[in-house]
Design a protein around this ligand. Structure first.
Ligand SMILES: NC(=O)c1ccc[n+]([C@@H]2O[C@H](COP(=O)([O-])OP(=O)(O)OC[C@H]3O[C@@H](n4cnc5c(N)ncnc54)[C@H](OP(=O)(O)O)[C@@H]3O)[C@@H](O)[C@H]2O)c1
Length: 264
């Protein structure tokens, strides 16, 4: 993509963290940004900030786990800003799902938001892109997709599913002129990491810096991007270890202080 000028970019999970940073970054670069998430006050504030800085932005609330809500939100945003050129399916949650306290409720929340949320968002804009023979689908997965991280089975599985889904779509849509990019970040300093001991997490990056890297990957039409390099390299090494060593490494990793409701 040569320039963001006048491009209509829809971003899910735009009320916080990476999504909000992407919205501000791309609006500064000339894109018209359509923002969606559940928290209306956050979206309204962000839209006002972007407009105040001279950018073009609209918002529509939706829960990504509900296909009708996200379809309606994308429809309203396209009505206001024009046909979607780029979708960034970014909404996601992280919740520990430790093996010894594994609950269907926690795993369902993570899988439905992170996997079905991407599915519902893609399904909302893709028919239009295919018809126009133009468009770019972007999903935010994670380096966690590379392996089953301890206490995060549902999260790792959800991100691996997103990587695989987008890989298939990239092949299917190649001849339809719809591009597909999967973004796999390491640790990014956002509210998603609340409850983790931030000071010991490797190579933490700001959401603003991550937004710049993601924008560049989209501009270059990259199929997949993993960053930061050091976290990716550590994950590659960890993935190659035999189970007995992998388990020992995992046991040393910092733990989330999450307590499920009602856990004394
Ligand atoms: N931070 C990291 O270290 C990291 C690393 C790798 C990948 N990621 C991925 O990056 C993406 C963005 O995360 P973040 O770090 O920016 O976290 P964040 O600050 O917690 O933002 C998550 C966003 O997702 C939205 N969201 C959550 N559930 C939703 C739902 N059911 N419907 C609609 N929107 C929903 C939230 O908005 P509302 O609550 O207002 O709905 C919020 O805007 C996620 O997919 C995450 O897995 C993050």
């Amino acid at each position: 993509m040569a320039s963001w000028d006048g491009k209509c970019v829809l971003i899910t999970g735009a009320s916080s963290g990476i999504g909000a940073a992407l919205a501000e970054h791309l609006a500064r670069r000339g894109a018209a940004v359509g923002l969606t998430a559940r928290r209306e006050d956050r979206l309204r504030e962000l839209v006002e900030r972007i407009r105040h800085a001279g950018g073009r932005a609209e918002f529509a609330t939706a829960d990504v786990t509900d296909p009708d809500q996200i379809l309606a939100a994308c429809g309203a945003l396209e009505q206001a800003l024009g046909p979607c050129d780029v979708l960034i399916a970014n909404a996601g949650v992280a919740r520990p799902t430790p093996g010894e306290r594994f609950t269907a409720a926690d795993a369902n929340l993570v899988l439905s938001t992170n996997v079905l949320g991407v599915v519902n968002s893609v399904a909302a804009v893709l028919p239009g892109m295919v018809e126009r023979r133009r468009g770019h689908l972007v999903a935010i997965a994670s380096i966690a997709a590379m392996m089953g991280l301890p206490n995060s089975g549902a999260y790792s599985a959800s991100k691996a599913a997103v990587v695989t889904l987008m890989e298939s779509l990239r092949v299917d849509l190649y001849r339809k002129k719809v591009k597909v990019t999967t973004v796999c970040p390491g640790f990014i300093d956002t509210p998603l990491l609340d409850g983790y001991p931030r000071e010991v997490l490797p190579t933490m990056m700001s959401a603003e810096r991550a937004a710049g890297i993601i924008a560049r990957a989209i501009e270059r039409g990259r199929g997949k991007v993993w960053f930061p390099f050091r976290t990716w390299a550590l994950a590659r090494i960890a993935r190659a270890l035999p189970f007995c060593l992998y388990r020992r490494v995992c046991e040393r990793l910092p733990k989330h202080n999450y307590q499920p409701p009602g856990d004394g």
